[in-house]
Design a protein around this ligand. Structure first.
Ligand code: E4P
Length: 298
């Protein structure tokens, strides 16, 4: 057996940070589970669902979907993934554009939450998304607030999800901050530091992981969870499932994001949660979703 084969067949030493697969293909989740020996959870989003092999195949051959068919497909995908993963659950994202009101997001979220026993409903980190999340947690719906790019947004998530039964997730997007010349991992570190003063009802789920260095840095920062594309998890396996040691150094990828003192006890509506990357992210998710639909249905 070669060294590489040996590394890839040896199960990963389970890190303290829980590992989720970032994708929309149950076969990928199954393969990663085999490679690692475990998968704690899964995140999906409209772009990843549009890339699901079955959906992409239909669209390529000219068979577009109605919104109901798209929703049925999404349900089928998460029902296949659900039993494969552990207690970090499967995050299912509502379809929202920049005009979707909280009520409509909430109605979708309630429906999606009923699809599987371990669902987390993903709402965007906008005023309407947080209103939908606030109502959801009051009703026992687990939530994951996505497209988070700042400490202020994470502070607002903390306020909006107070009283949640299961811990809520907030998903800071590292790679997309790197893309605009910032050191994306700083936002994870700053949110962890800020939440250390809180009551622990929100967990940090590091997202938009684009490299092995991102993954190791998330471990070293003590991210509660990290969602990772299969490709990066394979790189981790190929490298022998390394964990960062005391000498681990992460070279900054861009300008540093300073920590700010924020009062977590403020009403969440007082935080400035406007973020251009959140807006762009919603637009891209909406466009990828619409690309799978019949033109007249979009
Ligand atoms: C997970 O919740 C996110 O949707 C995902 O990590 C986004 O990653 P990307 O920025 O590489 O699209």
């Amino acid at each position: 057996m070669t060294k590489e084969t040996d590394q890839r067949t040896r199960p990963a030493l389970r890190p303290k940070t829980r590992i989720l697969v970032d994708g929309g293909d149950p076969e990928e989740t199954r393969a990663i589970k085999e490679l690692l020996g475990f998968v704690d959870g899964q995140t999906t989003n409209p772009s990843l669902i549009a890339k699901n092999p079955e959906i992409a195949g239909l669209v390529r051959s000219g068979h577009k979907l109605t919104p109901q068919q798209e929703s049925d497909e999404y349900r089928k995908i998460v029902r296949t993934i659900s039993p494969l993963v552990g207690d970090a659950g499967v995050s299912i994202e509502v379809f929202a554009d920049l005009h979707t009101p909280a009520e409509h997001m909430y109605q979708q979220g309630r429906e999606m939450f009923s699809w599987i026993p371990n669902a987390y409903v993903k709402y965007p980190c906008t005023p309407e998304g947080l209103k939908a999340a606030e109502r959801s947690v009051r009703e026992g719906i687990r939530v994951n607030i996505t497209l988070c790019f700042s400490q202020e947004q994470a502070a607002a998530v903390y306020g909006a999800t107070r009283g949640t039964q299961a811990p809520a997730y907030v998903s800071p997007f590292i790679g997309r901050l790197d893309d605009i010349g910032q050191n994306g991992v700083d936002v994870v570190s700053n949110i962890k530091r800020m939440y250390a003063r809180g009551d622990g009802h929100v967990l940090v789920l590091a997202a938009s992981i684009r490299s092995l260095a991102h993954l190791l840095c998330c471990f070293s920062l003590g991210a509660d969870l990290v969602t990772v594309p299969g490709k990066i998890l394979r790189e981790w396996a190929d490298a022998g499932f390394p964990q960062p040691d005391a000498a681990f150094v992460y070279p900054p990828t861009g300008s540093r994001i300073e920590y700010r003192e924020l009062d977590l006890e403020q009403p969440w509506q007082r935080f400035n949660i406007e973020q251009e990357l959140t807006t762009k992210g919603i637009e891209k998710f909406a466009a990828d979703y619409r690309a799978t639909l019949y033109p007249k249905a979009s």
